[in-house]
Every structure is written in C-alpha cells, then in structure tokens.
Design a protein around this ligand. Sequence first.
Ligand SMILES: [Zn+2]
Length: 395
Amino acid sequence: MNTLALLGALVLGVLLGLGVGYIRRASRELRQPKDYALQYYKGLSYLFNEQPDGAIDAFIGSLDVNSDTLETHLALGNMLRKRGEVTKAIKIHQNLLARPGLTTRQLHEAQLELARDYVRSGLLDRAEALLLELVKLSSAYQQVALEHLVEIYQDEQEWAKAIDMAAKLDSKHYKPKQAYQLNQLQAHFSCELALLEQKQRSYNKVRNHLLAALKYDPQCVRASLLFAHLEIIQGRYRGALEHLHKVPEQAPDFIIEALDMICECYDKLGEPEALLRYLQSLYDSYPSNSLVLKIAEKLRWVNDDYRAADFIAEQLKERPSIRTLNRLVELYLPHSEGRGRENLQLLKQLVDKVIAEKPSYCCTKCGFSGNTIHWLCPGCKTWGSVRPIRGVAGE
Ligand SMILES: [Zn+2]
C-alpha cells in the first residue's frame, strides 16, 4: 500500500511538473515527442509492474530539470528520504546537481538536500564536505548548513568543532528562547571538553572550559557541579562550596547531585554544624527526600539512631516516600529482636525490591528513564532534559 502511495505521488509529481513546464517546452516537445512519451510510459509500466527503482529512473529521465520542475524533483527526493528510501533520494538530488541550467541558489538548495540525505544514511563525512562548502558559498543556506554541522559534530563528539560552528550561527535569526537554547548547547559542549581534559588531568584547561561554559550559560548547573568537583580534586573546598551554593538557584532538581560534595567539603573544612544549618536551610526552601535522608544521617552522627528515626518519621507525615521509609526501617532494625525484627527485615526486602525497579531519572521531553544521569537525552537528543524523579517513588 505504501509503495502504491509513493508511486502514485511520483506520477502526480511528474504530471504536475509536466503541466507547469508544458507551455515553455512546447516547441521542444514537438521536436522530441517520441523519446519524451516513451520514457514517461516506461515509467508507468514499471509502476504497474511494481518496480519502483525502474520507475524512478524513468521519471528522472522523462522530467526535465529546470526552474519549473525543480520543486517537483526536490519534493520527490525529500519524500523518499522521509520514507527511509535514502539511496533513491540521493539519486534524485545527485541528478539535479549534475544538470546545467539551474541558478546558483537552486544548485545550493539541491546540495543542501543531498547533504541531508547523507546525514540520514550515516555518510557524515560526505554531508560535512557539502555543508562546509555551503557555509562558504551560500548566504541563503549558510545558517541552516551551520545548524546541520553542529548536529553532525555533536553526533561525532567533535565538541571544539561544534562550538566553532555554533559560534558562527547568527543569533538574530532566533527568538530569545532559541537563542538561549543555543547558549545552553555551547555550555554543554564546553562541559564535554572539560571532561576530556579532566581525563588527561589538564586541570587548567578544565578550568578554562568550565569558565567558558558558565559564560555561555550562567545557569549551567552541570558546569557548577564539574567546577566543584575540580576544586575538590585540588583540595580547594571553600572554592568548591562557592560553586555548590549556586546549584539550588540554577536548578533545584539537581541539589541531589550536589549533596555528597557539599557534605564532603564541610567535613574537610571541619564545620559539621555549618553543614547541618545549611542542609536545614536548603530543606526549608527546596524540600526533598534526599535532603531528609542527608539531614537524618547528620543527626544520627551528632546524636543517635532514635533522633534520626524521629526526624524521618516526622517528615514522612509531610512527604510520603519509599526511600525515606526504607531508611526508617534500617534505623529500627538493629534495635529490634524476635518476630518484630523478622517482620522489619521482610518489609525492608520488599521496599528494596520496589526501589530497585524504579528509575531514578526521567526526561521531561520524551519520558526516557534510567538510573544514571544523561546530560544529553539518549531518547530525544535534548541537552539537560533528563532530571531526577521526585515524589513518593523518587528522590
Ligand atoms: Zn528525551
């Protein structure tokens, strides 16, 4: 059915092209009526014999490439690409580029479509070459070619090139939200470069990339977390806290990602009371299950299991949570015996199982979920859309 629909569309496209170009080509058709009709009917024959490859060749041969029929050729090629028949789309677009008589702008349009075919078929080197040429030669298609190049370099994890191309994009073409998204994109690319340098222990380069990330997007929570990590590696705990203290305002959902580092810094600085005060103030402004657990841990350290358990039980009334319930059971286990202890162990096993089956992170755009943080969503390729899950079963 799909093949028939495609072939029907091909016929329609050809007929439209024939109709539009009819008057201009009338004299030429009079001179070459037999070849023209022969190709056309050969195409129909392939169509009815369900040989789409032959049909496309015949239609390409029968339909002149000129200003009138260009749109028909492009429409057919694009339709084939969208259907996943990329080899045929490439054939159509290459045919356009090989024909004389098109204007420079029309040739560039065909070149752009061919580059899109190559992207779709995974021939990224070929697409890259065509798009780089468009960036140099075509003012009309420079912007869209740059956008495709950013995507290609992102897929190939060539972050420096991706930043270069993104920097060439003219933000005046974008609405404010899109312009901000472009800045977010460049910030993430800089974070990726920072991670690469971190593997090489080139800490000065890491610092420069993270400074660049925060310049592109001062709200980039990923850059703040990485910066804090860099400072901790180098023993600068006060400096790390400066970055960690920014996280709640940048993105409260990501406080959970900062909590361990916050505790480590205050511990290393020997300031347990300041830590408890800070955690309490965070909980007042941004209540979450993770903060309940962290505060309970500190109360247990300063006091005992019962003080921590009382705090958790109190918070459970306000914020029902599987994870905090589990911690409450853990705290009571060492202090129970006999049948009561057995029942608590059974309850803990069940809750552990429920927690293990629940994902910790979810994409706000496409719903992709998992148990590790992905800064680039594997489902919808959006940066920063995967976030910790909150609520009864979440953090
Ligand atoms: Zn997604």
